[in-house]
Design a protein around this ligand. Structure first.
Ligand code: MN
Length: 503
């Protein structure tokens, strides 16, 4: 059973200066407020508060966010009739920042609608909260993870609803915030309730497979460690004039990471592979080092020992994924014919891959890295769209296509990167850059060659839009092939306007 001491120990580890007295005080306060309340599972309510706070500490979030996690249910659950009183007290005891966070969570609160209405209202609230203060969403994730972990206690209908809502709303948002670890947890916990039979079957199959692979991975790991150590010695001998440890590569850790069940399940479905042995990244070895240069050196060493598979070397350091993910990936034929994927990254890239935007908070506060607010640009855009598309239904459709789909990177001739949903066309690209560019578009060059306007763009394409200043209207034909809601709506708006003007 989790205790407050566990929580404090955890925080001390990544934030030695944290005010542990204040954290204890928050714990005692929450415990007293929830006195006598029980979760459906029969556990004392405070366990849920503690688990939520622990999930936040797992993301290395700062003391105030963890404290807000401990207190997140106090206003709503202990003073439902006047939560303002509780909030005032929290502000008095724990300061403005904590009370603002708890207020944010309270505002998200409970949703009374049903079906589609409920879905929309939920999305709307989540996005507004996120645009205002993304930390509120971290607390919501931490809270949801523990609710899913204790979902067995809920009636079956509610289990399904919560699992579905998590899959459709929470996980995609976590993904777009670059929080891979959180997204994976949310999905696997929901998978269990949405497709119980598939979940159990896959779990059994996969664990058999892991047992087989385990031994082999141990050997590979040792071999790589030796090779890396050998490499640094050789370098030192070769360049006598250099200081002795200059070329030494420090490996933080090499650990196996197992693929999430939900993502295996989907891969099996889409690839028609039907067979776990065709999934090469079922187990991957993660190599965590200090610097970017060391990442490339380790990749070189791996390729010297084992033969890489064609087309499986990916440099997400030079070209990060749209959600900010960075790593080098390669898949190699190991001894005994085993196929193994390696993922090589720095410590910082690792934290960011697991906790995304939340990790930026940690690094920003340590002052070692420039603030990275790029990820939040799309959140701001969402609030803008919200104004553009007044009807909820339209907003939802746009959101589902433009935000939650797989993304590709497209470059402008100047080298700016625009991320678009898969199968986007030059017209989508034009409208994403600027409405005028879309309206006046007459042609496009993709990688320096004239291309049709309905060309499906590929990741990494360089696209140049050709315009005619005198052109007034987009073509209504474009509506047949554009992919993004943004382009569709802008074309329709422009055409409607012209129609009105000509009457
Ligand atoms: Mn809660």
């Amino acid at each position: 059973m989790l205790t407050i001491d566990d929580l404090i120990q955890k925080i001390k580890f990544y934030s030695p200066g944290a005010d542990t007295d204040l954290i204890r005080l928050a714990y005692d306060y929450a415990k007293k407020a929830h006195e006598g309340q029980k979760r459906l599972s029969g556990e004392p309510y405070i366990n849920h508060c503690l688990a939520t706070a622990m999930n936040l500490a797992e993301m290395k979030l700062n003391q105030n966010i963890v404290i807000a996690g401990l207190l997140h249910d106090v206003p709503e659950e202990t003073m439902p009739d006047n939560p303002e009183v509780a909030l005032k007290e929290i502000k008095h005891n724990f300061g403005e920042e904590v009370s603002t966070l708890v207020y944010g969570i309270t505002k998200l609160g409970k949703i009374k609608y049903r079906g589609m209405e409920r879905y929309l209202e939920n999305l709307r609230k989540m996005f507004i909260a996120m645009a205002e203060d993304v930390r509120v969403i971290f607390i919501k994730f931490a809270d949801r993870i523990h609710n899913l972990e204790t979902l067995d206690a809920q009636p079956p209908a509610k289990q399904k609803r919560i699992a579905l809502e998590t899959m459709e709303i929470y996980a995609p948002i976590a993904n777009r915030l670059g929080m891979g670890e959180i997204k994976g947890k949310l999905e696997d916990l929901s998978f269990k309730y949405l497709y119980p039979k598939d979940y159990e079957e896959l779990k059994t199959d996969v664990s058999k497979k892991y047992k087989l692979k385990g031994e082999c991975l141990k050997k590979i790991r040792l071999k790589l460690l030796k090779a890396v150590a050998g490499f640094s010695v050789e370098q030192n001998n070769a360049s006598e004039s250099k200081t002795k440890n200059a070329e030494r590569i420090k490996i933080y850790s090499i650990h196996g990471r197992t693929k999430r069940l939900w993502s295996i399940f989907n891969k099996l479905k889409t690839k028609n592979a039907e067979d776990l042995s065709r999934i090469y990244d079922l187990v991957a070895l993660r190599v965590i080092v200090n610097t970017v240069a060391e990442c490339y050196t380790v990749l070189g060493i791996i390729h010297q020992i084992w033969k890489p598979l064609k087309g499986r070397i990916k440099d997400y350091i030079a070209q990060p994924k749209p959600n900010g993910y960075q790593s080098l990936h390669t898949t190699v034929f190991c001894d005994d014919g085993e196929i193994v994927e390696f993922q090589i990254r720095t410590k910082k890239m690792h934290d960011e891959a697991e906790y995304g935007v939340a990790a930026h908070w940690y690094y920003d506060e340590k002052g070692s890295v420039a603030p990275a607010n790029n990820e939040l640009k799309w959140v701001k855009e969402l609030t803008k769209w919200k104004k553009e598309f007044e009807e909820n239904q339209k907003f939802l459709e746009t959101l589902k296509i433009d935000v939650f789909q797989n993304r590709i990177f497209i470059f402008t001739p100047k080298g700016d990167v625009i991320d678009l949903p898969e199968n986007s066309t030059p017209i989508d690209f034009a409208y994403t850059l600027h409405t005028d560019l879309g309206d006046k578009c007459t042609g496009a060059k993709v990688n320096d060659k004239i291309a049709r306007l309905d060309t499906k763009l590929q990741n990494g394409d360089v696209v140049e839009i050709i315009t005619d200043r005198n052109k007034k209207n987009p073509s209504s034909d474009w509506l047949r092939f554009v992919k993004t809601g943004t382009a569709k709506n802008k074309i329709k708006n422009r055409l409607q306007k012209t129609k009105k003007e000509s009457i």
